[in-house]
Design a protein around this ligand. Sequence first.
Ligand code: C5P
Length: 234
Amino acid sequence: MTHDIATRDRLIVALDLSSVEAAEALIAKLGDSVSFYKIGYQLAYAGGFPLVEKLADRGKKVFLDLKMHDIGNTVAAGVRSVAKMGASFLTVHAYPQTMQAAVEARGDKLKILAVTVLTSYDDDDLHAAGYRLDVSDLVEARALQAEALGIDGIVCSAEEAEAVSETVGAEMFLVTPGIRPAGSNVGDQKRIMTPSRAIAAGADYLVVGRPIVEASDPKAAAEAIVAEIATALA
Ligand code: C5P
């Protein structure tokens, strides 16, 4: 493991909930067991943006998963607004103009993560969208462009983590969703890994939603994952 990250900070809990009240209730249950939260489209567009600043004020880190993509000027303006909210991570699609604008506008605290190819896309989906490359080639090409443009990290499935970490330099970090502790419900995820296997594959941060959000005891579920990460790192 190349990055010096506090073990607890390696777990990012996805607040995939439909209201700020539901998110606040979960955050209260999780207490000190979780230090990093991801807010995506669902909660952000349901009034969740003020929660970014609130969580940051309480000493929590926030990953704003907005997957931005627009003309460079607009991306830069949006990134500056996100940086002011106090978010720690923001996603953008891995197009060169978008990545360059985001990197230039991010300031000192916000890290920009690139989404190479959405994991719901296979080769046929890419070809239907007008691309000639296959998924693996496009992931590799975009990861290299992201690195060259100074992007801080890559979001990829744990399965891709090994290949991506061989492609990009050690200073970029890898953030992987699709994590399922042994014995938990798979849900709609297709390519899953346990926390310990994901860490062994080179993941720096693990994004976990339903195995914690839907657990009967979310705090115990989060603590078990943090403990598994600690063991995998040891
Ligand atoms: O509930 P679950 O653990 O599957 O949640 C995973 C989170 O990671 C969700 O917020 C989902 O949108 C996100 N994500 C993903 N796969 C990607 C990128 C993001 O599952 N390739």
